[in-house]
Write a protein of this length. Structure first.
Length: 73
């Protein structure tokens, strides 16, 4: 094989070696990432709770349940 092949093989080998090393060192979320993820999840939960307990949504759900229970079989 030629010099070009050997050089390409060496470059690609080095590239994949650095990728594997980078993947091995990333073990999970750091403390800051964990805290931000937790705060985001709590914020989404609060927003969902507010939407579900709001007047229009609870009225729509009540109407839906009432219609379903009054349906003739």
């Amino acid at each position: 094989m030629g010099k070009t092949y050997e050089r390409a093989r060496k470059v690609l080998g080095a590239f994949w070696a650095t990728r594997r090393a980078a993947l091995r060192t990333d073990t999970g979320m750091s403390t800051v990432e964990y805290a931000l993820g937790l705060l985001t999840a709590a914020g989404v939960a609060v927003m969902f709770y507010k939407v579900m307990t709001g007047g229009s949504v609870s009225g729509a759900l009540e109407s839906l349940v009432t219609k379903a229970l009054d349906a003739p079989f």
